[in-house]
Design a protein around this ligand. Sequence first.
Ligand SMILES: Nc1ncnc2c1ncn2[C@@H]1O[C@H](COP(=O)(O)OP(=O)(O)O)[C@@H](O)[C@H]1O
Ligand SMILES: [Mg+2]
Length: 328
Amino acid sequence: MSSAPAVRAVASSLAAPALELTGLRKHYPGQPEVRAVDGVDLRVESGEMFGLLGPNGAGKSTTVGMCTTRIRPTGGTACVTGLDVVADAARVKRRIGVVTQTNTLDRSLTLEENLRFHGRYFGWSARDSRARAAELLERFRLADRAGAFPDQISGGMAQRLQVARAIAHRPEVLFLDEPTAGLDPQSRIALWDLVRELRLDGLTVVLTTHYMEEADELCDRVAVIDHGRVLVCDAPETLKEVHGAGATVELTLDEPATDELLQRLGRLEDVTSVDVHDDRVRVMGGDHDGLLVRVVAAAGDAGVRDASLQGSTLEAVFINLTGRDLRE
Ligand SMILES: Nc1ncnc2c1ncn2[C@@H]1O[C@H](COP(=O)(O)OP(=O)(O)O)[C@@H](O)[C@H]1O
Ligand SMILES: [Mg+2]
């Protein structure tokens, strides 16, 4: 009899989404004009790899901060595996792993100790903590540097260690805030592989990024966020199909583009938009076929140094939705 409520609680927490945000808001004190997070509704299912994609200042870290109990919402609710992040913060903390945007490794501890003490902090026995640390060092290819200190390893290794530590206590939902910002391309790809492998543990992953390729490569679904609001949320393929461009041609020119050139490009058949970034001109069109050839021919006398053709990208989605560039 007495176990019935407990059974029900377990059943409801199994059925609950990994993350559910309802009208979530954050206005920082003293800055009423900045709505860091301005009414976000999102639902992430268990086992999903979910991305928050948006430019700097969009509200990604603030959203993650609220989901991970570090920042107190000023409105709405956030539930992790059915538990409210404010009312049930202590239980939420045991179910989540977090890698924040800044390196939070303990610099006075070795890599092995960083992992082992994390286990101890979560109440694991010395023996279990040691075994888990060894297992993770092996799995994250850090075993040969186990005795090193965080200052003695590369940025890519430090980031791997942060992820290893974040999952050490076997959380259900892992939050990664800009996990590859500042990493070289090789380390970035290595980390992507690692994140993909985490799925094998059945983890739900919520990551933020301002790299469209990262969101596109890794995520089952992506919420595009700007000024604290979700603009669209869907599978990358669907977003590109519905909100993107058919194709984008990027030209690199010897000289700055003239208004006359931009107008000429804009008048080409099938071209939907033309914009300029430094020495590059980006031309979006509804269709792949022949777009590159037509754009290069039309730009002929402007000194085209390089030209490339891409299918639709999440960048194009963002530009179409906001009129701005993700990189701005
Ligand atoms: N501690 C803070 N105090 C005041 N304003 C903040 C604070 N943290 C972030 N902001 C502001 O909130 C907005 C969203 O920031 P943030 O969540 O860090 O965005 P992102 O992670 O997408 O770059 C920005 O305008 C930022 O300047
Ligand atoms: Mg951020």
